[in-house]
Design a protein around this ligand. Structure first.
Ligand code: ADP
Length: 162
């Protein structure tokens, strides 16, 4: 079974990476989908985000079962186009659940053959988001435990240059 994991990944965090690893341990193929969102102002370009995700995946033994793509439009339509049977999302708190429940129900309305699967964040990552990384990094805090080491220098440099 092929699944996709859509998100903004601006930048990828250890929480995202954990979801990717868990998804690939459950399913045959995982496509990490950087969804274009004109309404959201991002720090990194889509290409930079893809390169960072690829750098973090390079050392994984399951690397050949994971692809990274940039998508646009409706996630559920993109999932259908790439023949993914399900959309994976992560849940950190009840607030995430409320948001994901609405999205998953809307997706079901559009295409009820594509399931949404929710994975619960590990407790050590449940506070972690790309926004938290950006907030702490921009104020010269230590982000080394929050993003994969492959991209830590790059993310810090970008945040320090703001
Ligand atoms: P989006 O803008 O689509 O929410 P994000 O990149 O912020 O994109 O998140 C993508 C998905 O990963 C979402 O389902 C989000 O809840 C989940 N996620 C984000 N951070 C974590 C984390 N620390 N642990 C588990 N899941 C997470």
């Amino acid at each position: 079974m092929k699944v996709c994991y859509p998100g903004t990944f601006d930048p990828i965090t250890n929480g995202h990476l954990d979801i990717i690893k868990r998804a690939v341990s459950l399913y045959d193929e995982v496509t990490v989908l950087i969804m274009r969102n004109p309404a959201k102002k991002s720090l990194f370009t889509e290409t930079e985000r893809r390169q960072m995700i690829e750098a973090c995946l390079r050392s994984l033994p399951e690397r050949d079962r994971i692809t990274v793509e940039i998508g646009s439009g409706l996630t559920v339509e993109y999932a259908k186009k790439i023949q993914a049977s399900a959309i994976i999302r992560g849940i950190r708190a009840v607030s995430d659940y409320e948001y994901e429940l609405l999205n998953a129900t809307a997706n079901m309305y559009i295409n009820d053959r594509i399931e949404t699967l929710l994975l619960i964040a590990r407790p050590e990552y449940s506070f972690l988001s790309s926004s938290v990384v950006k907030e702490i990094g921009a104020n010269h805090g230590d982000i080394s435990g929050m993003v994969p080491q492959e991209i830590c220098g790059l993310v810090s440099a970008k945040l320090n240059s703001l």
